[in-house]
Design a protein around this ligand. Sequence first.
Ligand code: 16G
Length: 253
Amino acid sequence: MRTNLLMGKDEPLVVDKRSPMPMYYQIEEDLKQRMDTGEFRAGEMIPSERELSEHYDVSRMTVRQAMTNMVNDGYLYREKGKGTFVAEQKIEQPLQGMTSFTEDMKQRGMEASSRLIAFERQPATKEIAGKLALGEDADVFLVQRIRYADKKPMAVETTYLPASLLPELTEEIVQGSLYEYVENELNRTIEKATQMIEATVADDHQSKLLDVPEHSAVLLIERNSVLTDGTPFEVVKSAYRADRYKFISDIYR
Ligand code: 16G
């Protein structure tokens, strides 16, 4: 059990009871700061509710509220009968460059891998045909993959690709990098994409694939990508674990 949270008598009180900020919020901020400075590291157990309530001089209910919020936000995780632990830092994904999952992981020194859940050639639905600018009756490949970083599930990606553009696509190809195949085997140039991000919760299927409890927070990302000649080449709907990922963008004024 850690004891360094319990500070000396002359340390200033962390929770200001007269502040308009709720006390649970102040506790969350204090604990997050301790994680940032490395005082609490990933995998370490944090002190018990009783110790924390004594330390912050608040009720156990207030501590519990802070803990629950931090578990829901992915900063902490609970293990039944053991305690509450510090979670891994989230992956920070820049929103500027149009990189592939394989490239993203490589840049971080992590190992990318995939598990193929579905690989089918089928007629495009109206929605997908519209997004891929395909005519009626056109076929698409539906590819569903779990994407792993260092063997941990990060996202479930459901990709729709025009069969006419990638007629020789195989299961083997999509076990690796799709972008590498498009660029190096098909010799096409990927230009840009429109990307949308929405918050939601994992449904039954997603939660099993992502190895999270049902209704955990996930970020739904849809990417519609085109080649330099303007041809749409993929529609990807991905569910990213919100406890493992955060998206960062630089903005200018
Ligand atoms: C990223 C893209 C996805 C693309 C995939 C290709 C997002 C939200 N998604 O995961 O649209 O299909 O990379 O990765 O960024 P690959 O080349 O490793 O198969």
